[in-house]
Ligand binder design. Structure first.
Ligand code: ARG
Length: 461
């Protein structure tokens, strides 16, 4: 039969339809170990104020330990009649400790402060886990950058050839946003490391329990300043969902490029067999499914964030049952990234680059036109004029269907007296690349320094 948490003022149990609607054990069971940890901490503060004597505390802790073992061994599981993880575990505690002792634990706490606390514990652990997996991706990008320190490729804006860049520079451009995402999780933890336990239903407890002692035992830096805020706010959940979505989007942008690079038309990369899939009908196919699933799942992660924000919008203080909807989006975000990141890292680590093709195409499409203009500027020509002169060279080359370096000295002299043969020093891919040597530029020297800083940042985080 159903053990009700609120039997006193009710003549009858809930309707079956309500019980079915209300039930959350399908998804909140993963918080069971956190709930038991919270119960141990709570038992200790009850003992401190004399609401449990020494023997009762020992009995309570022993019963909670037994309950935890049974939960971990799947010997104790949620019953059909359990509403949520808290009520199920209370049933388990009553079974083990007996109703007399077991019934004392609920004093001074509410499922409202419990769930808010357990959620933060879960998210802090998962933020750490996901950050570690993101750093693995970063390290794979850094390793690929390191292996391709000197390889030029077409740098693009609007997907059009713009200026040659180093492949290492491009790969690191994907690593930095991910490093910032990891930093976002580190920063998130400062706000998540505050425990709502002790807030009670919303107003705090009259039993003199010490929220900071509970917080410390559960690994939090502090307890909340405001019990209403403690039970009603979920901005920490939303922040977790945002950082998760941002990671998904950052991975998706690289995925899109890999998908493009793996086409016959680009042929910039080959995917390792272990990280690509075939077709059931077309024997020749080798598909970039990891990248496509990443792109697809980034949409799902955005959905997790926006769904949660929609749940929170306009919800009055303090706890409302709407808040039960806070868990599935963040659980889904965590599950999605925990599943995705190892596959994504494997795909990146095993990519083979067609460096010859990249290098061949790097300066094409008149990608050195800016170099001509900037060379002219260094000779004292105003940039507006230099831009015009370089543009005239592009026009001439395009009309002849040749590249800029195919124009003769006479062709250049005909465009402007400033365009002397000395200008040809920048008409090479590496001349162009190495000229961009200030901090953050694509020159080999600047990228070598950047690589070191990226490695240091990955090691620091
Ligand atoms: N299962 C609920 C949740 O996930 C916590 C219980 C609070 N329920 C309540 N009726 N006050 O938010």
């Amino acid at each position: 039969e159903r053990i009700s948490l609120w039997g006193g003022r009710f003549a009858d149990g809930p309707a079956e339809a309500l019980a079915a609607l209300s039930k959350s054990t399908d998804f909140d069971w993963r918080l069971a170990a956190y709930d038991i940890a919270g119960s141990r901490a709570h038992a200790r503060v009850l003992h401190r104020v004399g609401l449990l004597d020494d023997a009762e505390l020992d009995g309570m802790i022993a019963a909670l330990d037994t309950l935890e073992e049974k939960v971990l061994a799947h010997e104790f599981t949620a019953a059909e009649s359990d509403e949520d993880v808290h009520s199920a575990l209370e049933r388990g505690l009553l079974e083990i400790a007996g109703p007399e002792l077991g019934g004392k634990l609920r004093a001074g706490r509410s499922r409202n402060d419990q769930i808010a606390t357990l959620g933060r514990m879960y998210l802090r652990d998962n933020a750490r886990l996901i950050a570690g997996a993101v750093l693995d991706t970063v390290d794979a990008l850094i390793a690929q950058a390191e292996a391709h320190r000197e390889v030029p490729m077409p740098g693009r804006t609007h997907l059009q050839h713009a200026q040659p860049v180093l492949l290492a520079h491009h790969l690191l451009a994907h690593a930095w946003p991910l490093l910032r995402d990891v930093e976002r999780f580190v920063d998130f933890d400062r706000r998540a490391a505050v425990s709502p336990y002790g807030s009670g239903a919303l107003a705090g407890s009259s039993l003199g329990l010490d929220p900071q002692a509970v917080a410390a035992e559960l690994g939090f830096a502090d307890s909340v300043e405001n019990s209403i805020d403690g039970t009603a706010s979920r901005d920490v959940f939303a922040e977790f969902a945002f950082v998760s979505a941002m990671i998904g989007i950052d991975l998706s942008r690289l995925s899109e490029e890999i998908i493009l690079w793996a086409t016959k038309e680009f042929s910039f990369v080959a995917l390792d067999d272990a990280f690509s899939t075939g077709s059931s009908i077309m024997p020749q196919k080798k598909n970039p499914d990891v990248a496509e699933l990443t792109r697809g799942k980034s949409g799902r992660l955005i959905g997790d964030l926006t769904g949660l924000l929609a749940t929170l919008k306009a919800m009055p203080l303090a706890y409302n049952r709407d808040l039960q909807e806070d868990k599935e989006p963040v659980f889904d975000a965590a599950d999605t990234l925990n599943l995705l990141l190892p596959a994504f890292t494997g795909m990146v680590a095993t990519l083979t680059f067609n460096t010859e093709k990249m290098e061949h195409l790097a300066p094409r499409g008149f990608a050195l036109a800016t170099d001509i203009a900037e060379w002219l500027v260094r000779q004292g020509v105003p940039f507006r004029v230099a831009h015009e002169l370089s543009g005239a060279a592009v026009k001439l080359a395009e009309s002849r269907d040749v590249e800029l370096w195919d124009l003769s000295d006479e062709d250049y002299a005909g465009i402007s007296e400033h365009l002397t043969p000395a200008m040809r020093e920048v008409l090479t891919t590496h001349g162009s690349i190495d000229s961009r040597s200030s901090k953050g530029g694509t020159a080999r020297s600047a990228v070598a320094e950047q690589l070191e800083r990226a490695q240091a940042e990955s090691a620091r985080l």
